[in-house]
Design a protein around this ligand. Structure first.
Ligand SMILES: Nc1nc2c(ncn2[C@@H]2O[C@H](COP(=O)(O)OP(=O)(O)OP(=O)(O)O)[C@@H](O)[C@H]2O)c(=O)[nH]1
Ligand SMILES: [Mg+2]
Length: 299
């Protein structure tokens, strides 16, 4: 199937994003869709959820308009190829909220039609809170929630919150302020990768249903934010090649990934063996414009 056939069949790539209030969920979705706009929200009947009583006294906030109703679909005009479902998890609501989420995931994983299924779950855990332990809700999700074949990726959001402590540690070790500022992000990533939180996440004694992988995202609120790592990890966790092609061609923030998948994964299956490619950069560049790769959105 080429990408236009895939798009006709599955239509849109559907993602559930979960995380505590203020975890940075909406910011990530905006980044992935390369926009600062809020999404349009549709209920499960496909009707737009609109705000009918806007006045300065009655102005509803974005979240009151249904952003966190897990059944609602959120679509950004800038990239309507993604459908998002947003959930604040079940931090406030306990069992009934958990059951609602569980039911939603179970229902969406059983849908006969591929286009109605959930294709990926992103679970956000923010790093900017005093206690950086997992909440009860998070432990419960990763111990009990059966997500079937839907891949789950943990996103450690607001990762830049760890830089200050790392900066201080470097200064205490005699590094200059200038160097410490430059080194802090890399050091923070290294100590985090070997730290308790990551170990806990994959410890079978505590977490019976671990995520497929995790990714650390700093500074998503900044104009030059880069969500490339999330896009790459998500593509890498999709076992189904059709879904992987759909995701790679739907996302528009990581062109490099499009090229990598085109050259390394898909072209070899679509070209006669004799025409397979010299990977030297100069040669490849001269070859690509002559090729038609509609399954990747490259024409
Ligand atoms: N420092 C820092 N701030 C961030 C980052 N991502 C988001 N923020 C800020 O965190 C705040 C909350 O971000 P949102 O994206 O609205 O969080 P949310 O999870 O959608 O919040 P709710 O919908 O209310 O649950 C905003 O002020 C963002 O600018 C980040 O990577 N680093
Ligand atoms: Mg939000």
């Amino acid at each position: 199937m080429d990408s236009s056939q895939i798009k006709r069949k599955i239509n849109r790539f559907r993602i559930l994003i979960i995380g505590r209030a203020n975890a940075g969920k909406t910011t990530i979705l905006q980044r992935v869709c390369n926009t600062k706009e809020n999404p349009e929200i549709f209920n499960s009947a496909g009707q737009k959820v609109t705000c009918t009583c806007i006045s300065w006294q009655h102005k509803l906030t974005f979240s009151q308009r249904g952003e966190h109703d897990i059944d609602n679909e959120m679509i950004f005009q800038n990239n309507p190829g993604f459908i998002f479902h947003d959930s604040r998890g079940f931090e406030a609501g306990g069992e009934s909220e958990y059951d609602k989420m569980n039911k939603f995931i179970a229902g969406r994983s059983k849908q006969g039609n591929m286009k109605d299924r959930l294709h990926t779950i992103w679970y956000c855990i923010p790093m900017d809170q005093a206690s950086r332990c997992f909440t009860e809700a998070e432990v419960k999700f990763f111990s009990r929630c059966d997500t079937g074949s839907i891949p789950v990726i943990v996103i450690f959001t607001k990762f830049d919150a760890l830089y200050a402590a790392e900066f201080t540690r470097l200064i205490e070790n005699g590094i200059s302020r200038k160097d410490a500022k430059q080194l802090a992000p890399k050091h923070a990533e290294e100590s985090f990768a070997n730290g308790t939180q990551v170990k806990l996440l994959y410890d079978p004694k505590i977490i019976q249903r671990p995520p497929k992988c995790h990714v650390c995202l700093p500074d998503m609120n900044k104009d030059d934010a880069d969500c490339g790592a999330l896009i790459e990890r998500t593509a890498g966790t999709l076992d189904d090649q059709v879904l992987q092609q759909l995701f790679v061609s739907t996302q528009q923030t990581n062109l490099e990934l499009c090229m990598t998948y085109a050259v390394e994964k898909y072209l070899p299956h679509h070209l006669p063996a004799a025409s397979i490619i010299d990977y030297r950069p100069g040669h490849l560049q001269s070859l690509l414009p002559k090729m038609r790769c509609p399954h990747l959105g490259l024409k």
